[in-house]
Design a protein around this ligand. Structure first.
Ligand code: APR
Length: 255
């Protein structure tokens, strides 16, 4: 006999399972991607580029080759994105994760995002695997650079005060290695957690995408929050289909 499949009931069951897993967890690791900032108006990576940047490939712009080929275009792309980040506000999804961190003794937040919305929502310690768009350093000598107002609207990147080479945003470009100390910390959190919460990532970029798989291999429970299914969805103990800004507050409520 066909069992009636009630999607609402299924959703409630997934939420109850996720809440129970988080309630009983000793150590929680959380990996976020661009999707958690989508409801703050920041386009995700796999969203099509719009407006000024419609004809540019982010994979090209966010690369050493792209920066060397045309530092001006890359600089203006980052200044445009930085302005959008600074005009954006954290959404209820960011705030729910900050609440969760406050309630759980051992909670590690790992993000692929280069914005500071987790911090502005109240998250106290955030591991930025791919760097920060509001920090800058010299492309050659690595000297840190504090951006001035006029440098933000300049058509080309500023020059390093120490060696004269071009200044760049402190984000990890395609083909570059992730910051070792931060990656080690994220790796350890994935190895030790008993629940990994994965929010708003397509899970296609490594090594970040390896973290949930590693946690799962070592026996952790997986909870995924995403409006679209990903390669993780079928292996998750609970797949909560929906936008983070709606699902995460409901999840906190259910815990
Ligand atoms: N809530 C939750 N998830 C959402 C929402 C939302 N409101 N809107 C979209 N998503 C999901 C999409 O379904 C997609 O699975 O967010 C994910 C965004 O995927 P990507 O654009 O690939 O972003 P991300 O996974 O963070 O990319 C990883 O790739 O391009 C590099 O360095 C860049 O950090 C980035 C990395």
């Amino acid at each position: 006999m066909e069992t009636d499949f009630d999607p609402i009931e299924m959703e409630m069951l997934q939420l109850a399972t996720a809440a129970r897993l988080l309630r009983t967890a000793q150590r929680i690791a959380c990996l976020t991607g661009a999707g958690i900032s989508a409801e703050s108006g920041i386009a995700t990576f796999r969203d099509t580029q719009t407006g000024l940047w419609a004809n540019f490939d982010p994979m090209q712009l966010a690369s050493q080759a792209g920066f060397s080929a045309d530092p001006g275009v890359v600089w203006r792309w980052y200044m445009d994105r930085l302005q959008r980040v600074q005009q954006a506000q954290p959404n209820p999804g960011h705030r729910a994760l900050a609440d969760l961190e406050a309630r759980v003794h051992r909670f590690t937040l790992i993000t692929q995002n280069v914005d500071d919305l987790h911090e502005r929502a109240g998250s106290r310690s955030v591991l930025h695997l791919h760097g920060r768009i509001d920090r800058f350093h010299c492309n050659r000598c690595g000297f840190d650079h504090a951006l001035t107002m006029q440098e933000r609207s300049a058509p080309r990147p500023p020059q390093c005060l120490a060696c004269g080479d071009s200044v760049r945003p402190s984000v990890v470009w395609f083909g570059e290695s992730l910051p070792g100390r931060i990656l080690d910390h994220a790796w350890r959190a994935a190895e030790r957690c008993d629940v990994m919460l994965v929010v708003g990532t397509s899970g296609v970029v490594y090594p970040a995408a390896q973290l949930p798989l590693l946690a799962r291999q070592l026996g952790a429970h997986l909870i995924e929050v995403n409006p679209e299914r990903t390669a993780l969805s079928d292996m998750a103990d609970a797949y909560l289909q929906g936008p983070a800004g709606v699902v995460l507050p409901d999840l906190l409520e259910a815990i």
